[in-house]
Ligand binder design. Structure first.
Ligand SMILES: CC[C@H](C(=O)O)C(=O)SCCNC(=O)CCNC(=O)[C@H](O)C(C)(C)COP(=O)(O)OP(=O)(O)OC[C@H]1O[C@@H](n2cnc3c(N)ncnc32)[C@H](O)[C@@H]1OP(=O)(O)O
Ligand code: CO
Length: 133
């Protein structure tokens, strides 16, 4: 398994507003945006050195981050680790008592296959494992 943080997910109300900090102050040009219709998300990646910040903005009320935004407000949402084989990682996770949120990987942003691990089984941190396709 690779040992690299691929990205850190941060939930924001507005990507445009958040870019005032990342672009306006830090001078970082966003690496690209994507709409994930199934998940109800607008996603923007900010490349910083060898890793990335993933800004997540809901596009509808029942998006995957709406409950989080309502309960906790904007902030750190998940940490994503790159793995070589996400299917193998799901099986290994089950073996060691973690709780993948799906039995099969699902499409992520920028041509990836991903699985999330329930935060209650990963030390309170929502954890994404991803494979670049
Ligand atoms: C893949 C596309 C893109 C990419 O990188 O390519 C993304 O990253 S999309 C990111 C958004 N998508 C997801 O987060 C999908 C996976 N998440 C889920 O399925 C849910 O959000 C889940 C299961 C983590 C929580 O959903 P649930 O409906 O159960 O919400 P609750 O509010 O009832 O939470 C239960 C319990 O978990 C705690 N919690 C929830 N979210 C987080 C979090 N982000 N970090 C840490 N802990 C979290 C919440 O506080 C509750 O704890 P409790 O003690 O019971 O209050
Ligand atoms: Co992510």
């Amino acid at each position: 398994m690779k040992n690299k943080i691929d990205h850190i997910g941060i939930v924001v109300k507005s990507i445009d507003d958040a870019l005032k900090f990342y672009n306006g102050l830090l001078g970082i040009t966003p690496a690209g945006e994507e709409i994930l219709e199934d998940r109800g998300l607008r996603v923007c990646f900010i490349e910083i050195g060898d890793t990335r910040i993933e800004l997540l903005q809901p596009t509808r009320e029942d998006s995957e981050v709406s409950k989080f935004l309502e309960k906790k407000g904007e902030g750190l949402h998940h940490v994503a680790y790159e793995v070589e084989n996400v299917k193998e990682a799901i099986e290994k996770a089950k073996e060691i008592g973690l709780k993948p949120l799906s039995d099969e990987p699902k499409p992520g942003a920028h041509n990836t296959s991903v699985v999330f691990m329930h935060p209650k089984t990963t030390n309170g941190v929502l954890t994404e494992l991803l494979q670049h396709n």
